[in-house]
Design a protein around this ligand. Structure first.
Ligand code: 3H9
Length: 693
């Protein structure tokens, strides 16, 4: 039983009991329908609906999406609630989201506790509200505010909901008690039902302008624009026609790849840190962390740790460098203060009490976990770990933030390789969501558990990676970057490739990203890999020439682009360098279309991802997808490279790879796992399911 019915005097109480978030699955919907009918039959004067546990209904049950819908459908449930002859009161706490808010809009009166949040996050699932909100909410709060809630998906607090007119009241207390008190008050006033659907539709706004504004923000995502269409329908149709139109648009979106991609992202985000190997493994206690190196990365890691309430000891080489590191952290913290993430007291406490900047490693003797964020060079790392081994207390975890280097080799430079782990943050570390937790061959399970626990505390999406050059993310990045370089040798321009990938939904194309990261990073990496590189690999040199001339991208004002403040334009030196290299190599322009560029770029990404999976570096396809979504700007609505690959169909992708291999058999070696899946008629989602079983 997911809806319990009880009478409290004149009031019928419908108590939702469907943990953890009271999602509106079939049984809950049926329970609401039955409860409203029963209350109307047994002489109750009002109905109070509330949720047991931590929340009111947090929305439709997302696990039902993609399956045949089961009756009663949620829009009908909301209509049935609204059609009750006796007043229905929503008494809300926690999160009233999506269909949850729509049930509340079907009620006649709404009260909530001050901490309650309400929102319509369907766009984050590639959908629009599909149970009446596009028709009821504009009637209640106006078109502009309704469009804002639906297209941003951002929840609002109870205060704002009261101001907008979604709530009638805010009351402190137990949700059932405040609901009952409000119901009694309404009964005493002889208050009548008050259906939102009967309210007049406000004057139409400029919906074309609204659509244009939303389209600009949503970068290729379909559903936010469709949400505006649905709201506009309310101005052209009566309520029931508008509701039918909303349902039609909702069901159309349900069929899209974007819906599948975003729901994959929703569950992947929650699944990714659940590792079977960690079940029952307790993490070590962490109260104080050490950070070695106070550059942008070290200061970012320190900031993230401080903001999560940890004490931090940061080590730099000199007093001046330590002072500069403190300045960087102070800058990050003042940003957090300005954005309201912390108050002045917390800001001052962090800077004055929780943070210590020092130059002597001895200051690390109390640290529970120490993260090294020094220059990316094996000898330097080994020297740092050697020193850490002598000062760190027994049981302390020694972590490296290396983005490429062999963690096992680093661990071997200590006497305690079981305590060594990789914690690969992404810059700026206090902002970027991804944390790769790199597990070496000797890393102890409770050290891995501690890595994940730290990631959670810091608000990160943590993904397990095995050891290889570049781990999951940078290894894939290197491959698709190489593909982009090959495309350039064969005729494409960096600007065409950036445009195509931005069209796919990346916030920035790969060349704009290189400019942001610093071209010197790729240059150093190419030099590092040169001695062991296979002679068959095609590596262009035009990018080295840019670096030799001192152009490192945004930080020097010139890279693939020339930067003038925030504006950027193609660097006129780049194409002549490329053309000279093509001429030198005797290559001709293959005249790639945008579509051909996308196919090759994505095939390279998927193929490398499949190799990483096949080698066991990533354990599940969804792990790779979350790395690309949260660290590399992969568009969420495409779900991640392997979800995208499933949606395209693996046989066609493998065919592409084989046809590209006819030109460059070294680069386009098909991943054995991809060949196996195609041969067996399976896909990556099947592997995710097997891992979850
Ligand atoms: C909708 O309503 C469509 C309608 O307009 C029209 C319909 C016709 N369904 O996030 P957490 C699971 S679309 C099923 O870790 P938190 C979640 O997977 C829906 N399951 O907790 C997790 O499971 P597990 C609109 C759900 O406290 C567990 O609950 N609503 C749902 O950090 C705990 O979740 C939304 O989009 C669901 N709706 O955050 C809201 N929600 O333990 C989506 C959660 O196995 N949900 N689960 O990993 C959220 O935003 C957050 O879960 C919430 C709690 C803020 C509620």
């Amino acid at each position: 039983m997911t809806i319990h019915y009880e009478r409290q005097g004149d009031i019928a109480v419908l108590k939702a009991d469907n943990p953890p978030v009271n999602a509106l699955g079939q049984a809950v919907r049926q329970g609401l329908v039955d409860g409203v009918a029963r209350a109307n039959e047994d002489g109750a004067k009002a109905i109070v609906i509330y949720g047991e546990g931590r929340t009111w209904f947090a929305g439709a049950d997302i696990r039902e999406f993609g399956k045949t819908p089961l009756e009663p459908y949620l829009p009908d449930v909301c209509n049935i609630v609204e059609a009750s002859a006796i007043p229905v009161i929503a008494a809300m706490h926690g999160t009233a989201l999506g269909g949850g808010l729509e049930v509340a809009l079907g009620c006649h009166y709404r009260v909530a506790v001050p901490t309650a949040k309400m929102g319509l996050p369907e766009v984050h699932l590639g959908l629009i509200p599909g149970a009446g909100a596009t028709q009821r909410l504009p009637r209640l709060i106006g078109h502009a505010a309704a469009i804002d809630m639906m297209t941003s998906g951002r929840p609002i607090g109870a205060d704002k909901a009261l101001t907008l007119g979604i709530l009638d009241k805010i009351e402190t207390g137990d949700p059932l008690e405040i609901g009952l008190a409000y119901a009694q008050e309404l009964i005493a006033q002889n208050a009548q039902v008050r259906p939102v659907s009967a309210l007049p539709v406000p004057e139409a706004i400029d919906f074309d302008a609204a659509r244009d504004a939303v389209r600009k923000k949503s970068r290729g995502q379909i559903s936010p624009v469709v949400a505006v269409d649905a709201v506009e329908a309310a101005t052209r149709m009566d309520f029931s026609e508008g509701l039918a139109e909303e349902r039609r648009l909702f069901m159309e979106l349900m069929k899209t790849d974007q819906r599948q991609g975003m729901i994959h992202a929703f569950f992947g985000e929650r699944q990714v840190s659940k590792l079977p190997e960690l079940q029952g493994v307790a993490p070590r206690d962490v109260a104080e962390i050490g950070v070695i190196g106070g550059g942008t990365m070290g200061a970012g890691i320190a900031t993230a740790a401080l903001l999560s309430g940890l004490r931090v000891v940061l080590i730099e080489m000199t007093d001046e460098a330590a002072e500069a590191a403190k300045g960087r952290i102070a800058g990050n913290l003042s940003g957090a203060l300005k954005r309201g993430k912390i108050d002045q007291a917390k800001h001052d406490h962090i800077l004055n009490d929780a943070l210590t900047c020092a130059t002597d490693y001895v200051a690390l003797s109390n640290a529970d976990l120490i993260i090294e964020a020094v220059f990316e060079n094996m000898d330097v790392k080994k020297e740092v770990f050697g020193k850490l081994d002598t000062v760190a207390k027994a049981g302390a975890i020694l972590a490296s933030n290396t983005s490429y280097l062999n963690l096992d080799e680093i661990a071997a430079s200590t006497s305690r390789p079981a305590d060594v782990i990789g914690l690969h943050f992404f810059s700026p570390a206090h902002v970027m969501k991804l944390l790769e937790v790199v597990v070496g061959k000797e890393t102890a399970p409770d050290v891995v558990a501690t890595g994940f626990a730290l990631g959670k505390r810091l608000g990160k999406i943590s993904v397990r990676s095995g050891v290889c050059d570049g781990f999951i993310g940078n290894r894939i990045l290197n491959t698709y970057r190489s593909c982009a370089d090959h495309l350039i040798l064969d005729g494409a321009s960096p600007y065409q490739i950036d445009k195509v990938m931005e069209g796919f939904g990346f916030a920035m194309g790969p060349f704009a990203v290189s400019d942001l990261a610093g071209l010197d990073i790729g240059w150093a990496n190419r030099k590092r890999l040169a001695p062991t590189r296979d002679a068959r690999e095609r590596v262009p040199t035009y990018a080295d020439k840019l670096c030799e001339d001192g152009h490192f991208g945004q930080k020097t004002g010139r890279g693939y682009y020339v930067y003038d403040g925030r504006a950027k334009s193609p660097n006129p030196d780049v194409m002549p360098l490329i053309q000279a290299e093509r001429a030198e190599l005797g290559l001709t322009d293959k005249g790639y279309s945008d579509e051909e560029i996308l196919r090759r770029y994505m095939a390279a990404m998927v193929n490398e991802a499949a190799k990483i999976l096949g080698e066991g570096i990533a354990r599940r396809p969804l792990d790779v997808d979350m790395v690309l979504l949260f660290g590399y700007g992969f568009p969420r609505y495409n779900g991640g490279p392997l979800k995208w690959a499933d949606l395209q169909g693996l046989p066609a992708l493998l065919e592409d790879i084989k046809s590209f291999a006819q030109e460059d058999a070294y680069f386009w070696q098909p991943a054995p796992l991809l060949e196996q899946l195609v041969a067996e008629g399976r896909n990556f989602e099947d592997l995710n399911k097997e891992a979850a079983a």
